[in-house]
Write a new protein. Structure first.
Lengths: 221, 213
């Protein structure tokens, strides 16, 4: 990511951010409105920067959007807003249909992730009857089934209770994918390789979780 | 309010192609409206119940749940006919509608939404000449079924929050927070559809997934 700046109309949201993310697990923290979500959305081309360039594995999000999206999955804060089909299995299948995967292979891959995320017993259940944590796991399953190499999470546990936060955190911990996790829950970041602290559209601190989290907490108090 | 229509099962009714079931439903509708003999209409209702409860082994309450919303109409209709035309016509009219509603409930309870949607997409294929994308129509139907209960639930929550603060009965102001929530939901939903590849045109002119990767 080189000299990226982004603004929504008049409002500058990110200013001159230049970074290379090579680590397996990167955390992002910062106050509300500091630009974390905008940063996260730049990583899979949901937002295209007003100036500068975002490259994912050398692919420009501006010109090679489809390939970037294929490599970078995105999980949002509100699971209700990302589940689009009425029942669990149908929703997991959705992304595979979009990729043009043939029906038999779709069925096999859907089954595989349902089992892996403990949703196999809910295959035909209406999504709106799941608990908040199960909904978020469904949202994650629907993204992972598409086979991305990296996954960006934007506050995936903010709306969950403690038990479900732990469940989702464990799922994220066990992923082999490279992940970027935006969160307010600092304990989620303990095992991370790198943490970025955003402040007013800039990266104010960048380092190991121990260094940056202490810096961030000191600054906030 | 629930869109929990599908009741899992593995019998012949569940496995029958969705297109066939919808075709038979349409044929039944036409048949019922040309038939005005009580035995025929009552027989059709008995047949539908036999298929739904006996062959497909659906729980009675699954069918009842679908029929319940139309009860008041059926009763009103019956009362109307008792006054103006007589009990025979009234019974025929009511049984006819009851048979049709029950048959529709059997079809939706034994067919996955994706399968129903695939039939609609297939039927919409001729519209592709006018630039309509059948897969889009299917997605809209699926999303409607998904979001009706969700929005109903959010509306209920807002009503409760307002009741907790002393508002009683329906307040027009309840619509404002609901509208804000729905707009926010729609915004993220648009992004989620993008992120999950829904904007991609189907890989072949046929349905996405019907082609090799
Ligand atoms: N689509 C948008 N249009 C206009 N302003 C936006 C939009 N998205 C975010 N913003 C503004 O940009 C700033 C940064 O937002 P965001 O990246 O969501 O921050 P964070 O995720 O850290 O809370 C906020 O002031 C927000 O109001
Ligand atoms: Mg945010």
């Amino acid at each position: 990511m080189r000299e990226v700046a982004h603004d929504y109309g008049e409002r500058a949201v990110l200013r001159d951010v230049s970074l290379t993310l090579a680590e397996h697990r990167v955390g992002v923290v910062g106050a509300n409105g500091s630009g974390k979500s905008t940063f996260a959305r730049l990583l899979n081309g949901l937002v295209v920067p007003t100036s500068g360039t975002v490259l994912v594995d050398g692919l420009d999000t501006r010109t090679q959007l489809r390939e970037v999206r294929r490599r970078v999955g995105f999980v949002f804060q509100d699971p209700d807003a990302q589940i689009v089909h009425p029942t669990v299995a149908e929703d997991v299948e959705f992304g595979l249909t979009n990729l043009g995967v043939p029906p038999q292979e779709r069925a096999r891959r859907v089954e595989e992730v349902l089992v892996r995320y403990g949703l196999a017993g809910h295959r035909d259940h209406p999504a709106h009857l799941l608990s908040g944590g199960q909904k978020q796991l469904l949202a994650i399953a629907g993204v992972l089934v598409m086979g991305p190499q990296r996954v960006v999470f934007d506050e995936p546990t903010t709306l969950l209770d403690l038990a479900n936060t732990r469940r989702v955190a464990r799922v994220i911990d066990e992923l082999e994918h490279d992940v970027v996790v935006v969160t307010h829950q600092l304990d989620l970041l303990a095992g991370f390789d790198r943490v970025l602290v955003f402040d007013d559209g800039r990266v104010a601190a960048d380092g190991t979780p121990a260094e940056t989290v202490r810096w961030y907490v000191d600054r906030m108090s | 309010m629930t869109a929990a229509l599908y009741v899992p099962g593995a019998g012949p009714v569940h496995r029958a192609p969705a297109g066939l079931k919808l075709g038979l439903l349409a044929a039944l509708a036409v048949g019922l409206f040309v038939a005005d003999r009580l035995e025929v209409v009552a027989g059709a209702l008995a047949g539908v119940l036999l298929i739904g409860l006996g062959v497909a082994r659906l729980p009675g309450r699954a069918l009842l749940a679908q029929v319940r919303p139309v009860w008041p109409w059926l009763l009103a209709l019956l009362a109307f006919h008792l006054v103006f035309t007589g009990w025979h016509t009234g019974t025929v009219v009511v049984l006819r509608l009851l048979a049709l509603v029950t048959a529709a409930a059997v079809v939706t309870a034994t067919t996955r939404v994706t399968a129903l949607v695939a039939v609609v997409e297939w039927l919409a294929r001729p519209l592709a000449v006018f630039g309509v994308r059948p897969a889009r129509i299917g997605l809209v139907i699926a999303m409607t079924l998904r979001f009706i209960p969700l929005i109903a639930e959010r509306a209920q929550r807002i009503r409760e929050a307002q009741a907790a603060r002393g508002a009683d009965g329906f307040r027009f102001q309840a619509l404002v927070p609901l509208l804000i929530q729905v707009l926010r939901l729609a915004h993220t939903l648009g992004e989620a559809l993008d992120a999950r590849g829904a904007d991609a045109p189907a890989p072949s002119p046929r349905r996405a997934g019907a082609s090799a990767p």
